[in-house]
Write a protein that binds this ligand. Structure first.
Ligand code: SAM
Ligand code: SF4
Length: 334
């Protein structure tokens, strides 16, 4: 008998209904704001959740707790073999789920159609610069052309609308924000400007490198006036459309300058099966060994409920008491 879903409340009155699943800590890039150039040890294969284990947890979140959005991320999710099979398995839980993915785009030419056919609804592609040489510096990769072609492939496969994620880092790519707005305006993408968060593997983050969304918006509005977009779905981005009616849009994820913790509806599962209630959590709730020891779904459910109830009130970036998590963004799953 189908049980009725109940919401996953935390003690501050928020409901977690957006699940982010990291399928790997591995990546084929080394973005300066995310991973160190070298020296990050990968998880052992046996320590990473198998697809069946991910699907078991996804099913609990969907069927018991009414989660409607599942985002696949990593590391780079497309380095995991046959990712489209996982998408198909999650889609089979409930074909009306909103299944999305964040990717660096480099493998999309090979994968976009299979992902779409398996049930992927939407895609966010990370792109920090429109210049090949700068791409080499920021992603520490020479695959710029392949990423641009990957974006085209996603579009051709019908993964639309496409969101482009740009992490703006002062002195690296902040002079390109208007060019990105122009791209959104001409091609119909939604470009999301993300503030650099202290989750990099090199420990280089300083507040001076954060470009506040307000400053980016002022620059864009000089050339492309914007109008607020009334979002029906809660989310971290403040979204705008173009005042002249062009198809694309602009979003700002102001995690540092205007934290959105009071309305945060996210919960994260790391590649090794750790439940994280915040990007900046200092501890996580390990689910892998529990599952492998043979506990019931009821037991797993009670552990999940307890972890969500204890969700942090918010992060403390730029406040006394902030402690940077030991894990980098690629190890957490952004
Ligand atoms: N590899 C995939 C990608 O790059 O799209 C998915 C994983 S990546 C960790 C997810 C998102 O986190 C990307 O859009 C990336 O730009 C963003 N990100 C990584 N490190 C960040 C940081 N320190 N601050 C803000 N965003 C970050
Ligand atoms: Fe890899 Fe994505 Fe991190 Fe870049 S942001 S290093 S592509 S996980």
């Amino acid at each position: 008998m189908q049980r009725r879903a109940r919401s996953l409340w935390d003690s501050y009155g928020r409901v977690a209904d957006d699940l982010r699943i990291s399928v790997t800590d591995r990546c084929n890039f080394r973005c300066i704001y995310c991973m160190p150039a070298e020296g990050l040890k990968w998880l052992k294969r046996e320590d990473i959740l198998r697809y069946e284990e991910i699907v078991r947890l996804a099913r609990i979140f969907v069927e018991r707790y009414g989660v409607r959005t599942i985002r696949i991320t990593g590391g780079e999710p497309l380095v995991r073999v046959k990712l489209e099979e996982l998408i198909g398995m999650i889609n089979a839980i409930d074909p009306t789920l909103d299944i999305t993915m964040t990717t660096n785009g480099v493998l999309l030419r090979q994968k976009a159609q299979a992902l779409k056919d398996a049930g992927l609804n939407r895609i966010n592609i990370s792109l920090d610069t429109l210049h090949d040489d700068r791409f080499k510096e920021m992603a520490r990769s020479d695959q710029f052309t392949r990423v641009m072609d990957g974006i085209t492939a996603a579009r051709e496969a019908g993964l639309w609308p496409i969101k482009l994620n740009m992490v703006v880092v002062q002195g690296h790519n902040d002079d390109e924000v208007v060019d990105f707005a122009r791209l959104a305006h001409s091609e119909g993408y939604e470009v999301r400007f993300i503030e650099f968060m202290p989750l990099d593997g090199d420990n280089i983050w300083t507040n001076e490198q954060v470009v506040p969304s307000r400053r980016i918006m002022e620059q864009i509005e000089d050339q492309f006036p914007l109008v607020p977009f009334n979002d029906t779905r809660p989310g971290p981005a403040t979204r705008y459309t173009f005042a002249d009616g062009a198809a694309g849009g602009i979003g700002f994820i102001s995690s540092v300058s205007q934290a959105f913790c009071t309305s945060c509806n996210r919960v994260r599962l790391t590649a090794e099966g750790g439940l994280r209630t915040c990007l900046f959590s200092l501890q996580e709730t390990p689910l892998r060994e529990l599952m492998r020891s043979g506990v019931s779904d009821d037991h797993l459910g009670s552990v999940i409920e307890g972890a969500i109830w204890r969700k942090e009130e918010g992060h403390l970036i730029n406040k006394p008491g902030f402690i940077k998590p030991a894990k980098s963004m690629s190890q957490i799953g952004g």
